[in-house]
Design a protein around this ligand. Structure first.
Ligand code: SF4
Ligand code: SF4
Length: 209
């Protein structure tokens, strides 16, 4: 499954680069728009499989760990969680103004791609996913309670926390009360990392309600 997911990510990254080079960024933004509706049913699959930032951040995180650059703590000024909304509003205003006033089509997605790389060189991927990404802000809302999502079968969970260590967005945690894992769906990128490492095979993509 891991390899299939990697191939899907690379194919979407190639499509993203192709569209940007052809000056068709609006097509990608249209795909993002569709992914918001998809998130209502299937969760944040855009983030886990389609997003070029996530795809690029995976090897960058590996490099950051190898070079021992990665910090455990997130920057204090980002912790309120408001920044992604400012980033979203700022991106839209910037795109509209540069197009209307200067007749320029700034590839805003490339700017965010560069930001995601720089941030992930220093911080865990969850910092970009949860505290910076303007697209993630919207997907958090649309993917809050999808019909299908990764889910822990609590009966099988032994609280080993292996899943929490591989989650790129801090979406899964072992609760103090019952020592069982639980996934916060709005943060879950549906990447299946947790599912792949669980020794009890107790995490599955399934119907939520
Ligand atoms: S890896 Fe599996 S068994 Fe371990 S805490 Fe996570 S869900 Fe529970
Ligand atoms: S590791 Fe599991 S909980 Fe975390 S984002 Fe991936 S699928 Fe969701």
């Amino acid at each position: 499954m891991k390899y299939i997911i990697t191939v899907i990510r690379i194919l979407f990254l190639a499509l993203f680069i192709f569209l940007i080079l052809k000056g068709k960024m609006m097509l990608w933004l249209a795909l993002f728009g569709v992914s918001l509706i998809v998130a209502l049913v299937f969760g944040r699959v855009y983030c886990g499989y389609i997003c070029p930032m996530n795809t690029v951040m995976i090897p960058v995180e590996g490099l950051s760990k190898k070079l021992r650059l990665q910090k455990d703590q997130s920057p204090k000024w980002l912790r309120s969680g408001i920044f992604p909304w400012f980033a979203l509003a700022g991106s839209i205003i910037f795109m509209v103004l540069t197009q209307k006033l200067l007749d320029l089509r700034i590839p805003i997605l490339m700017i965010w791609l560069a930001v995601s790389v720089l941030v992930t060189l220093r911080y865990k991927p969850s910092v970009f996913h949860n505290l910076i990404c303007p697209f993630g802000a919207l997907l958090k809302v649309f993917g809050r309670s999808p019909i299908f999502s990764e889910k822990v079968n609590k009966q099988g969970c032994i609280g080993c926390k292996l899943c929490t260590k591989v989650c790129p967005s801090n979406a899964i945690e072992v609760k103090k009360e019952d020592k069982k894992s639980e996934i916060k769906t709005s943060l879950c990128l549906q990447c299946t990392n947790c599912q792949q490492v669980c020794p009890k095979n107790t995490i599955h993509y399934s119907k939520q309600r």
